[in-house]
Design a protein around this ligand. Structure first.
Ligand SMILES: [Zn+2]
Length: 84
C-alpha cells in the first residue's frame, strides 16, 4: 500500500459534510479535519470529526490496520472545546 498526505487542515464547515470515520454529520459551523491524500494511486478527500481523527490515529499508533471501511467506526466522545 502507498499513502501520501497532501494536506490536513482544520476547517469550519460551511455546509453539512459526513465524517469518513463514523458516518455522522459534520454540521455547518463545526470544526473538522480536511484531509487530501493519495492512497494506492487514488486521490481521496476525507473529512473527519477532530475526535474521530484522533481515535483513528491512536489506533494506527497501536498497530491497527490502516485500511478501514468508511462510516463503520463508533464516534468517540467529542474533544473538550477550547475555551473561547
Ligand atoms: Zn466522526
Amino acid at each position: 500500500m502507498s499513502y501520501i498526505l497532501f494536506s490536513m487542515t482544520e476547517r469550519k464547515a460551511a455546509k453539512r459534510h459526513r465524517c469518513i470515520w463514523c458516518g455522522e454529520h459534520i454540521e455547518p459551523g463545526d470544526t473538522y479535519s480536511d484531509e487530501r491524500s493519495v492512497y494506492d494511486g487514488e486521490i481521496q478527500r476525507m473529512r473527519w470529526h477532530p475526535e474521530c481523527r484522533a481515535d483513528a490515529e491512536d489506533g494506527w499508533k497501536n498497530g491497527a490496520d490502516e485500511e478501514f471501511m468508511p462510516h463503520c467506526a463508533e464516534r468517540p466522545e467529542p474533544l473538550p472545546k477550547a475555551p473561547a
